[in-house]
Design a binder for this molecule. Structure first.
Ligand code: ADP
Ligand code: ADP
Length: 226
């Protein structure tokens, strides 16, 4: 059974007293271990859809089910990585990752080891005591990835995660995501307007159009992954 089931979802925002319908009749599922890309032009409601999955917004119509239950707020099961890395500038890499593990029931020692484990996985052990401003953009994005993964979420939600990176870093992190899918069966839903990225990463692409935002078609990518 799907990990997410989105059923006939509609969503409007009130701007200057005018209600704008941002999503209309959106229906799809996400299977466990799948990478799903939401592709579409700017403003078509991709981020809104991701926010509904993450529990940061609620639908006006329809339902969003996570493991069969309505999503009723943010949870550690689904961790969101934002466009801006969202690192705390006055905290070290280590601290930035540990902070994500507060209130998980882990002891201080466990949090420390968990943070070290994931910082190593993204290849930043030698930078563990650096502050974000001492790192390149690619490195900061890797810290954000480590912080999200350290929580061991069932689903990773990513909003244009690699948009700000140069080609080399983008390829490195995209490959890391594929390795993660392979080794951990990590479920990922990512938003992008980059068709190449969607085709490279996703098992399935939901192509959205605007006015109001809706899914125009679903494309299953043939399995060519090595
Ligand atoms: P995308 O991610 O595809 O660029 P968004 O989901 O960010 O699209 O935005 C879709 C539409 O909803 C846009 O017209 C945007 O202005 C509007 N919108 C998004 N978030 C809000 C909000 N919090 N309040 C009001 N309008 C919003
Ligand atoms: P990457 O390709 O890893 O994103 P860059 O090409 O941006 O890195 O930078 C090359 C190297 O310069 C990096 O590996 C990093 O060690 C160092 N570096 C980049 N930006 C900074 C910075 N703001 N402060 C200190 N060192 C930096």
């Amino acid at each position: 059974d799907p990990i997410f089931q989105v059923e006939r979802v509609g969503k409007s925002y009130k701007n200057a007293k005018v209600s704008e319908k941002v999503l209309h009749d959106v229906t799809f599922g996400v299977e466990r271990g799948e990478i799903v890309a939401i592709l579409g032009p700017s403003g078509c409601g991709k981020s809104t859809l991701l926010n509904l999955l993450g529990g940061f917004e609620r639908p006006d119509e329809g339902t969003v089910l996570f493991e069969g239950k309505p999503v009723d707020g943010p949870s550690r099961n689904c961790v969101m990585i934002f466009q801006q890395y969202g690192l705390l500038p006055w905290r070290t890499v280590r601290k930035n990752v540990e902070i994500g593990l507060e209130r998980t029931g882990l002891t201080a020692g466990e949090r420390r080891r968990r943070a070290e484990e994931y910082i190593e996985r993204v290849g930043l052990s030698d930078r563990i005591d650096h502050f974000p401003h001492q790192l390149s953009g690619g490195m900061q994005q890797r810290v954000a990835l480590a912080r999200a993964l350290a929580v061991r979420p069932k689903v990773l939600l990513m909003d244009e995660p690699f948009g700000a990176l140069d080609t080399f870093n983008r390829y490195a992190l995209q490959n890391e995501l594929l390795r993660l899918q392979e080794s951990e069966k990590q479920t990922v839903v990512l938003v992008t307007h980059d068709i190449d990225e969607a085709v490279f990463l996703a098992d399935r692409i939901l192509v959205m159009v605007s006015g109001p935002g809706r899914i125009r078609r679903e494309i299953r990518i043939p399995d060519y992954k090595p």
